[in-house]
Design a protein around this ligand. Structure first.
Ligand code: GLN
Length: 192
């Protein structure tokens, strides 16, 4: 089993380190053909519009869209924006994978970065959540399971083989979110 981390931009090294800490084999993905050799992918935070510019080359966007329509995928922050079917502020293209509506940079300047703690479905202990110029999930479709909320907003969601977080679990010591994704890749099947 091999997990890819899209390594175009952003904190992909932190995701790689966390997945390796959990025993996974990790490939940094920079070319579309590398998608053929992995069983799941993490799309990290960064700037979603920059990702889109890069992915526009060499059919990368189409190939990634195909990949995420069948294989386990975890998007954090900008990665979550790329996975959303509907993007606001401003609207932009996406991988059209998850039935959520997401608003970019939704927390404004005052609190554009924050660390919060909230309960989640991943166990008793509250989850630390690091938000950096985070988007807000403003709508979820029927098939979307909310795994955690913060101040009433969904911040960790799952639909089938796709999971998305508006925060950065790779920046906290708690390994539960990545553990959950590793489990999803191992299962390799739709859970819902
Ligand atoms: N603000 C970024 C965007 O709109 C996301 C920020 C992040 O990934 N930390 O794409």
């Amino acid at each position: 089993m091999k997990i890819g981390v899209l390594a175009i931009q952003g904190d992909y090294e932190a995701h790689k380190a966390r997945l390796e800490q959990l025993g996974a084999k990790v490939t940094l993905v920079r070319k579309p053909e590398q998608l053929d050799a992995i069983d799941g992918i993490v799309i990290p935070g960064g700037e979603s519009s920059t990702f889109l510019n890069f992915l526009a080359e060499r059919g990368f966007l189409e190939k990634l869209r195909d990949f995420v329509s069948t294989k386990p995928t975890f998007g954090t922050c900008a990665g979550a924006i790329l996975l959303a079917k509907h993007v606001e502020n401003p609207p932009q293209q996406s991988l059209d994978a998850m039935d959520i509506r997401i608003r970019r940079n939704a927390y404004g300047r005052q609190i554009d970065s924050s660390i919060r703690e909230a309960q989640s479905k991943l166990g008793q202990k509250p989850l630390e959540m690091v938000f950096i110029r985070a988007p807000k999930i403003v709508g979820t479709g029927k098939g979307v399971e909310v795994l955690a909320t913060a101040d009433g907003d969904p911040v960790l969601v799952r639909q089938g083989k796709i999971m998305a977080a508006t925060f950065h679990p790779e920046l906290s010591a708690d390994t539960r979110v990545h553990q959950e994704f590793v489990k999803m890749v191992k299962n390799g099947h739709r859970r819902k």
